[in-house]
Design a protein around this ligand. Structure first.
Ligand SMILES: Cc1ncc(COP(=O)(O)O)c(C=O)c1O
Length: 458
């Protein structure tokens, strides 16, 4: 065995024997080629340990917005690590964290202007929820502890965040956090109320108010939702939906949290999706694209009205602390990342490439299995269905979806192919790369439909 081959074998052995990939079933990991190991990346391209190139159709996991292999970010991190990597976030901060908080106040919607830094999206959600509860209590409403979330949403996998997440697994982890209720989300494809277009969005917003009233407004702390939920199926609501949620929350003294963990940092064609909704939430959660994944970081960014409670009661601090909050190297990475956004106009580029991507995706509607094409900016997807007429849904575990996913990967595209095939490439993606991604999925759909005709009735 050459030294290269033995080094490769060693990586594979180490990975198979000791790495616990977060969701890969053991029957796949144990297979010879079951666990793919990546070695490098540049812009939209990933390279595995065999030297094979793949297009990254989902930016890692809606994360690497500035693209892979950005030396500017790597250099900023190295410089900061040499100067000062870490100081405690209990009572101190550091230079890059200060500049980053200022930058976020500049770019965040409306008056959102104070950042509580954390290490990722779940922590950002936990933090936002705890801020909402504590602020309600500090306002004199200690019984306001309930949280209203939306069906189908994803807010993370730590216990509190998972309590708000649709795919929470009661059988392993229940009982979940007390006081969470889930309401219908905007959905123009299969509307919960049998309504079409904006009327369905409006009814979903009215339902939130009804839920607050049913629960008793004096018991509700906050409402949380992703401006556009990827997990719930990338349904784009009318801005009216969010305007109504804003008014409803204000009417009942409820704090509004917008989870921009995926939507933020240009993904939907504006820096934050709530800009398109024309609404400023009380708290916004961010992570993923904040550093484009060069190092983990997230934040809960709050309005002056929320922080005012801590100014009015200056002896009280948040009952919360995360050792790595505001990590200096992470903050330096985020600043370098946001500099790239500015230098390369990445937000406008996302909007422009999103239009192009959508034009190409529309052509996939001719497939008997493609029920819908939707999204905005570089947050798009196609939904594959059992029956186009009835819109009968496929499950991610159905053979059609697993075979389609296998083919897409074999043909050189990394993305999530459950019942929705996601198209969320880095914002630096080129038209040629978009064409190749769409061609791969087109081909994979044709083959899967031919091999499994009984799975599809459309
Ligand atoms: C909307 C949203 N919120 C929160 C999270 C949790 O983020 P993390 O996995 O960084 O903890 C995710 C992760 O995908 C997400 O999509």
């Amino acid at each position: 065995m050459t030294s290269l081959a033995s080094a490769k074998k060693q990586v594979i052995d180490h990975a198979r024997e000791h790495v616990w990939p977060h969701q890969l079933p053991w029957n796949v990991q144990a297979e010879q080629e079951g666990l793919k190991i990546f070695a490098s990346g540049k812009n939209t391209t990933l390279v595995d340990i065999d030297g094979r190139e793949y297009l990254d159709g989902i930016s890692g996991l809606w994360v690497v917005n500035a693209g892979h292999g950005r030396e500017e970010i790597a250099n900023a991190m190295a410089e900061q690590a040499k100067k000062l990597a870490y100081v405690s976030s209990v009572n101190f901060t550091n230079e890059p964290a200060a500049h980053l908080a200022h930058k976020l106040a500049e770019i965040a919607p409306g008056d959102l202007s104070r950042s509580y830094f954390v290490s990722g999206g779940s922590e950002a959600v936990e933090t936002a929820m705890k801020i909402a509860k504590q602020v309600q209590a500090m306002r004199g409403f200690s019984r306001r502890y309930k949280v209203i979330a939306r069906r189908g949403s994803y807010h993370g996998m730590t216990h509190g965040a998972m309590s708000l997440t649709a795919s929470r697994e009661e059988k392993w982890f229940g009982p979940f956090m007390y006081g969470v209720s889930s309401v219908p989300a905007p959905n123009r494809y299969r509307n919960d109320f049998g309504l079409e277009g904006e009327a369905g969005d409006i009814m979903a917003a009215k339902y939130v108010e009804q839920e607050i009233i049913n629960q008793g407004p004096e018991t509700v702390a906050c409402v949380i939702g992703e401006p556009i939920s990827s997990a719930a199926g990338i349904h784009v609501p009318s801005p009216i939906y969010w305007k109504m949620l804003r008014e409803i929350c204000d009417r009942h003294g409820v704090i509004l949290i917008a989870d921009e963990v995926i939507n933020g940092f240009g993904r939907t064609g504006t820096m934050f999706c709530m800009e398109q909704m024309g609404v400023t939430p009380d708290i916004m959660t961010i992570a993923k694209g904040l550093t484009s994944g060069y190092v983990p970081m997230g934040a809960a960014v709050v309005s002056p009205k929320i922080f005012a409670e801590f100014e009015n009661q200056p002896e009280v601090s948040m009952g919360h602390l995360l050792t790595f909050g505001g990590h200096a190297v992470a903050a330096a990475a985020a600043l370098a990342n946001l500099q790239i956004f500015e230098d390369e106009n990445l937000v406008a580029r996302s909007a422009e490439m999103g239009v192009y991507l959508r034009e190409q995706l529309e052509q996939l509607r001719s497939h008997p299995s493609v029920g819908d094409v939707r999204g905005v900016g570089l947050l798009q997807g196609i939904e594959v269905v059992k029956n186009k007429e009835t819109k009968e849904a496929l499950k991610k575990t159905d053979t059609f979806c697993t075979l389609l996913g296998k083919k897409v990967l074999e043909k050189g595209l990394v993305t999530r192919t459950w019942n929705i095939v996601h198209f969320a490439p880095p914002l630096v993606v080129t038209k040629d790369e978009i064409d190749r991604m769409v061609a791969i999925v087109d081909e994979a759909l044709t083959e899967t439909e031919a091999e499994l005709p009984h799975e599809i009735e459309g």
